[in-house]
Design a protein around this ligand. Structure first.
Ligand code: CA
Length: 514
């Protein structure tokens, strides 16, 4: 009896330790505003990203990863909670994240994972659910950023770091992996870059990279916004009209030290001088073309420094032997306009900002070089990380683990349609509030404060230039999409009345009666 008990105990402890050994580590590499158009595994026409491409080559590329609300803070809150913005409370960048609520890092900690977040946080409140953090305050600076570090008692300590943000965030991630974590535990680390967020300040190694190249213009660079609702023409995010001197690097940059500034001036000085001289004789179109080249090249330069950082992390995972049992995920908080519709920025439910890159490498589970066309989302990330770690997904999370898709075993009842909701109006870039539904073929958008609708046939009109809403030929499709939209709003418990209260949207004061 006694020996049987001992052998049972031995079996149990062996099972527990082998389970512990089997639990994969999670490396989540995340950028801010990185679109598929600037990632060569998706689109090789503008630049090459060899290290991101390596993840695609050794793992799975998702061709339809949609975000639920295409803006920074809200996307991050969705990822942490697995819930739509109206339920996690972070609907616009004017909100503050309630860190007391359920998040996936907290649930991973509970089952013995070590957790850390390094880089951009953008949720205002102190991170909870992490054994270590070192984050940028707010948007953070590209050069020599101030940072918020977790002190010994868990409270924040302010610090300042010299260097370029993408290099710093990579260094911090590697330092945590090599020196700071407990080797006996599985880990989950979030390496969250600032780049390539506006105002796209390139790192010191890439200030003149691409100078000798002309980046191709998108088909819709000179869009006139006809064929859609009034929303498309009322925004303030046009390359033609809204880029500032700061965005275009025509001003002296702030925050650089003398050495960095010297390099900067050596790179931009001659280019700016040439532009100032030529400007008077340039046509309106030539000015747009110049702005486009300046803007896109700076953006691509920022992406390049992130790609280098990814290479360093992948190299370390190889050298340390961690690669075999580590799932590496690359994604961004939403997509971006690289001149499509004449725009920079994000926010819209149109394809360029609705989509975000998603690459997953997981040796032994994901077939190398595979590609997935199912509709997945940042709403699924929390559920996926929990599933990878063997944690039961809480029933109040609204996404679904993509682990079966990673194993090329897509469930028959995987989602065929997707709900989107953007709230930040009035706000930066004046994009009207809207919600909508897409199934990858058709897309119905409701600008609800305007009571205007758009319907797109993405197969016939992939650039979304002409709404077919109200077109009798699309009456049946429109009806189907309206029904699907109502079904999803009910399923996700979206309140009838928009629950967001951006700071800038105070009710007008009642006029006092005389
Ligand atoms: Ca962003």
């Amino acid at each position: 009896m006694k020996s049987r008990l001992i052998s049972l105990l031995c079996f149990a402890s062996a099972t527990i330790s082998s389970l512990a050994a089997a639990r994969p580590n999670i490396v989540f590499i995340f950028t801010d505003d990185h679109c598929e158009q600037a990632l060569s595994a998706y689109d090789p026409s503008r630049m090459t990203t060899p290290n991101m491409d390596r993840l695609a080559r050794e793992g799975m590329l998702f061709n339809r990863c949609y975000v639920t609300n295409a803006i920074c803070g809200p996307s991050r809150a969705v990822i942490l909670t697995g819930k739509h913005s109206h339920l996690n409370g972070f609907m616009t960048n004017g909100n503050s994240f309630n860190g007391d609520q359920q998040t996936f890092p907290k649930l991973l900690q509970k089952v013995g994972y070590q957790t850390a977040v390094l880089g951009k946080w953008h949720l205002k409140t102190t991170p909870q659910g992490f054994d270590h953090f070192q984050i940028l305050p707010g948007q953070g600076a590209y050069y020599n950023p101030a940072m918020r570090v977790m002190g010994k008692d868990g409270r924040e300590v302010p610090t300042k770091v010299t260097g370029y943000t993408s290099d710093i965030i990579t260094d911090l991630t590697l330092d945590w992996l090599k020196e700071k974590r407990d080797d006996s535990k599985p880990f989950m680390v979030m390496c969250q870059h600032k780049a390539p967020h506006r105002n796209w300040q390139p790192g010191p190694d890439y200030l003149t990279w691409l100078d000798d190249k002309t980046i191709p213009e998108p088909d819709t660079l000179y869009d006139d916004y006809k064929g859609r609702t009034s929303a498309a023409s009322e925004q303030t995010m046009e390359i033609k009209r809204h880029l500032s001197a700061n965005d275009l690097k025509l001003n002296k940059p702030r925050g650089l030290n003398p050495e960095q500034l010297e390099k900067w001036n050596a790179a931009y000085g001659p280019k700016n001088e040439a532009f100032e001289k030529a400007k008077a004789t340039m046509s309106e179109k030539e000015i747009i073309q110049w702005k486009y080249q300046r803007y896109v090249k700076d953006y691509l330069r920022c992406v390049k420094s992130v790609d280098d950082g990814i290479g360093r992390i992948l190299d370390y995972l190889d050298e340390s032997g961690l690669a075999k049992n580590t799932i590496v995920i690359y994604s961004s908080d939403q997509g971006w306009y690289l001149g499509e519709h004449g725009w920079y920025d994000k926010r819209w439910m149109y394809e360029e900002s609705l989509r975000t890159p998603l690459l997953v490498r997981w040796p032994g589970a994901v077939k190398a070089g595979s590609r997935n066309e199912d509709i997945v989302s940042n709403l699924d990330f929390a559920e996926t990380f929990l599933d990878v770690a063997g944690v039961k997904v809480p029933s109040d999370m609204q996404g679904r683990s993509i682990v079966p898709l990673l194993k090329s075993e897509a469930p028959k009842d995987w989602r065929k349609s997707f709900y989107y909701h953007y709230y930040e109006f009035p706000g930066a870039h004046s994009v009207a509030r809207h919600y909508g539904v897409t199934n990858g073929h058709h897309k119905l958008i409701h600008f609800y404060q305007k009571e205007e609708w758009e319907l797109f046939d993405l197969k016939k009109d992939p650039n979304e230039m002409k709404s077919v809403h109200g077109d009798p030929n699309y009456a049946a499709v429109q009806k189907l999409m309206e029904t699907e939209l109502a079904r999803l709003r009910k399923e996700f418990k979206v309140p009838e009345i928009d629950p967001s209260r951006p700071k800038r949207q105070k009710k007008p004061k009642a006029v006092k009666k005389k």
